[in-house]
Design a binder for this molecule. Structure first.
Ligand code: SAM
Length: 238
């Protein structure tokens, strides 16, 4: 997907990019490639693939929900900034908090946000298991996103404690995710969320499958979740 196709594909979804926003994406691409030589940020490095599989794919969450009604987002395990930085470029009013357990990625994001002149962004080097127990962040966000971080049963425990009551959790998956959804049912009930929408679609050009799960938080999460680091990966809530 070249820049022109990127602009056109977003326009078809009702998202019109200004020259300034397009320039931000270009700078993002250049910095991603430059820093990728020093640290492992992405295996996808050619420009058309980055625009399709990172930028467009990240923004696809906005095809199914109205980000103009959202104020605060937390992106759990954003790595090189996906999906929240492309979303922030498109919706500059958002207050974005990113938590990632790898400090090198936090350093990249800090530099990136300076170069893109992003405001209202915060980057936190922490495991989500600790971050979710911090009263400054727990049950504070309108929306929590996660793309390609863990299975839904594990991911729910990391993300749902951060969502405020009546807020949403959006999980972005590369496959249908239906099996994962079955495994996560009990965890979702315990954590206080329920599935309200699921959208499956094909990425343009290469037709690979994507699914977006949208959960509403309906009640507070019991205090013991998320459990301490290491535990969720070994024993998802059964
Ligand atoms: C496969 S990468 C995906 C990055 C990005 N979301 C994307 O879609 O390209 C997973 C990221 O999650 C982070 N991560 C994994 N487990 C985590 C945890 N428990 N708390 C915080 N970050 C975590 C890793 O450091 C890594 O940056």
């Amino acid at each position: 997907m070249n820049e022109e196709q990127f602009v056109q594909a977003l326009k078809e979804q009702g998202i019109e990019l200004s020259e300034g926003q397009l320039k931000q994406f270009h700078t993002y691409f250049e910095l991603l490639i430059e820093w990728n030589e020093k640290m492992n940020l992405t295996a996808i490095t050619d420009q058309p693939s980055v625009y399709l599989k990172h930028f467009y794919d990240s923004i696809s969450a906005a095809f199914y929900m109205d980000f103009n009604k959202v104020q605060s987002i937390c992106d759990v395990g954003a790595g090189a900034g996906f999906p929240s930085i492309p979303i922030k470029i498109c919706f500059p009013h958002l207050h974005v908090t990113i938590v990632d357990s790898l400090n090198k990625r936090i350093q990249f994001l800090t530099h990136l946000s300076e170069q893109l002149h992003l405001d209202h962004v915060e980057f936190v080097h922490s495991r989500a298991e600790d971050f979710g127990q911090n009263p400054k962040y727990r049950e504070r966000f309108d929306l929590v996103t996660a793309r390609a971080v863990a299975r839904l049963s594990v991911l729910s425990e990391l993300c749902i404690p951060l969502v405020k009551n009546n807020g949403q959790f959006v999980a972005m998956k590369a496959a249908s995710g239906d099996e994962e959804m079955k495994d996560a049912k009990k965890a979702l009930t315990i954590l206080g969320a329920k599935l309200v929408d699921k959208h499956s679609f094909l990425l343009p050009i290469e037709d690979s499958e994507r699914s977006i799960f949208i959960f509403n938080k309906t009640k507070n999460t019991p205090k013991k979740y998320p459990r301490k680091p290491g535990v969720p990966n070994k024993t998802p809530i059964q």
